[in-house]
Design a protein around this ligand. Sequence first.
Ligand code: ATR
Length: 287
Amino acid sequence: MTQIELHNDTAARYAVIGNPIAHSKSPRIHAMFAESLGQTIEYDKRLAPLDDFVGELQRFHDEGGVGANVTVPFKQQAFALAREASLRARQAGAANFLMWRGDHWYCDNTDGAGMVRDIEVNLQQALKGKSVLLIGAGGAARGVLGPVLLCEPSRVVVVNRTAVRADELVAPYRRDHPVQAQTIEALMASSARFDIVINATSSSLSDALPLPTDAVLCSGDCLAYDMMYGKEPTAFMKWALSHGAARVSDGLGMLVEQAAESYVQWRGSLPRAALIIAMLRAELAAS
Ligand code: ATR
């Protein structure tokens, strides 16, 4: 399917599929993208039964669906069912993006590129040559490690509560990139300081910290970035600000940028995410 055909298909159908899904901001974000670009799309939320993601995707496709975002807990299943996958989806072993290509689903993972764009473009913090601490080794961390390493940081350290998962995460990258796994104890005992500290754990969901409160990790100009977001700064952001971080950010910009990375692949036009991030931030503050 060419991009010109996509532009002419003004009522193309898209959706975000997950469980739960009621909270998803993706329909709103994609509606804002389409409006800002003068395009018309349909983009719905679809709740897939926990045991029938494949069936729900089939029903969506039968109804004319040509592209989907996929969220928790189906990203690995989305990757497994796609016949064609991008490098970054293969690196993550998970996909948040599906696009129908004539007779099969193509998948991608736009989470990492979304976070990198938020950090480098919106927050104006280059990753090249910088030292990065990535906290977490679950799906969220897997989605971002490859794209972060592509930016050529000087060093990436990965730590995780369950240390073996950090070892497994870095193993495929260790030969070609300056990345290593460390235990939290080793990190605490070292005097390492980082330019960018990324919380890719889900600790903020339970208002917890992913590391001991007395950890000293930040260089003088450190950006602390939490992939979670909310109306208020997360526990991690508050902790980082009082432990030497020069700047903190939550993951709202990442959410919008990963959506923009999806939109451009489906529709051929890159939305301007910054304005939409600002609008969503204002809505969140007023909610
Ligand atoms: P996700 O897709 O959100 O990454 P996940 O694959 O379940 O979800 O991974 C959750 C991540 O958050 C893991 O790195 C988890 O650490 P463990 O591997 O030790 O479970 C981490 N995590 C969740 N709650 C945490 C907490 N309170 N403190 C530290 N790490 C936490």
